[in-house]
Design a protein around this ligand. Structure first.
Ligand SMILES: *Cc1c(COP(=O)(O)O)cnc(C)c1O
Length: 408
């Protein structure tokens, strides 16, 4: 039977926009230049400066960013890429689109990020070194292991130092799924500056938005040029360059590329959003701190764990309902919905989705499976006021009080 819910008054998230985005978008609309042009270049420069990287290439989404990062590294059918199963499905999809196979690793119970120990376990149980191919080759499929794709889940950086050690040892590439992680820091450096290929999302569900969009950051000129070509049909001259020269130039197409262009309309939103990034991060941290204070030490809830030397941007606030809790996650979510407060299940386990039902998982993914059942995200957005934050806190706490009374 359909249950009646109160209208949702506190949503899970809201993009933070004001007149600045509207003004910049209106200017683009009036300029007559709508697609990838000067605003995309300006937006890319802002992302570069912020992440302290040499190059940034804007594309249509983080999914296409990850796909192009893998393509630029010539990852293809017959290759394996290690990804965490505990992630949004786009992580694995970006690998599958190249023809390569995503191979699932488990996560660390406290950080929810890919566990370096689990990566080692995947390699030890599934691969052996092939002397002729000079690569780790899968015992059953004969695929070559080529890369690791760590995810900075809900904005907490993965253990990049430990992952780098494994990558060096086995000559694997690291492509970071930093969809949620703009503004996060790891060992004193912002995410973006730790690997040759880092991909960000600007979907409205993330920290800042371009409506839809993604960016690849890199310090490698070669990667930047290759990805820039791939995003626009491998065309040797950009539309803008053709437009700017007074003379006639003919472009050529040395390889098959794609159309993954970001438009100047989207980039204009992104420019205004980049200017708000630090303020948005501060507001998010304040709300996350209020949640931490309210729930730390709770007998049945775990608050997000942030190791020393890491900066979390709290793209989402994950609460874990402990196994011994008398109230199940679904019950809390239902009661909050009844109070007009939106929640979402935490993160999915990709290997349990029908789309990946035939994917071979080499190792047991028990932590992923446990966390997929017991985590949930609660509302967090910069515009949330104190009363709304307090209402979320008290409604969650109430779930446990009521239980005590009805049991006692
Ligand atoms: C949102 C998200 C993506 C996909 O980003 P899009 O820009 O929507 O393609 C990929 N990976 C993770 C971990 C995400 O959270």
């Amino acid at each position: 039977m359909a249950q009646k819910y109160k209208k949702i008054t506190i949503p899970i998230t809201k993009p933070y926009l004001d007149g600045k985005e509207e003004k910049l978008v209106a200017r683009v609309l009036r300029s007559g230049w709508l697609t990838q042009g000067p605003k995309v270049i300006e937006f890319e420069k802002k992302v570069n400066e912020y992440t302290r990287t040499k190059y940034a290439v804007a594309v249509t989404s983080c999914t296409t960013a990850l796909f192009l990062a893998l393509k630029a590294s010539e990852i293809k059918e017959g290759d394996d890429v290690i990804v965490p199963s505990f992630s949004f499905i786009a992580t694995a999809n970006s690998v599958a689109h190249t023809g390569a196979t995503p191979v699932f690793a488990d996560i660390d119970r406290r950080t929810y990020n890919i566990s370096p120990l689990s990566i080692q376990e995947v390699i030890k149980s599934g691969y052996k070194f092939d002397n002729t191919k000079k690569a780790l080759v899968n015992n059953t499929t004969n695929n070559r292991l080529r890369a690791i794709m760590p995810v900075h889940q809900v904005g907490l950086p993965a253990d990049m130092a430990a992952i780098a050690v494994i990558a060096r040892k086995y000559k694997l590439l690291v492509v970071e799924d930093a969809a949620c992680a703009i503004g996060s820091e790891y060992k004193g450096k912002r995410v973006g500056a730790h690997s040759p290929l880092v991909c960000f999302s600007f979907h409205p569900r993330k920290i800042i938005t371009t409506a839809e969009g993604g960016v690849i950051t890199t310090d490698s000129k070669e990667y930047a040029e290759k990805i820039t070509a791939l995003r626009q049909h491998y065309m040797t001259v950009s539309d803008l360059a053709r437009h700017k020269t007074g003379s006639i130039i003919f472009e050529s197409y040395p390889e098959i590329g794609y159309n993954f262009r970001m438009s100047d309309v989207q980039a204009a939103i992104g420019i205004a959003q980049m200017d708000k990034l630090d303020m948005v991060l501060m507001k998010r941290a304040a709300i996350a701190n209020a949640y931490n204070k309210a729930f730390v030490g709770h007998p049945y809830l775990d608050v997000p764990y942030v190791p020393a030397g890491y900066k979390h941007n709290y793209q989402s606030y994950l609460l874990k309902v402990k196994n011994e809790s008398p109230v199940r996650r679904e019950e809390i979510m239902t009661r909050l919905a009844g109070a007009g407060i939106a929640t979402r299940r935490g993160i999915m386990a990709i290997h349990q989705e029908p789309a990946y039902a035939s994917a071979k998982t080499i190792i047991n993914l028990s932590v992923t499976e446990e966390c997929a059942l017991s985590t949930m995200t609660i509302p967090l957005y910069p515009q949330m006021n104190k009363a709304e934050v307090n209402s979320v806190i008290s409604e969650i706490k109430k779930c446990f009080n009521r239980k005590k009374h009805s049991d006692g």
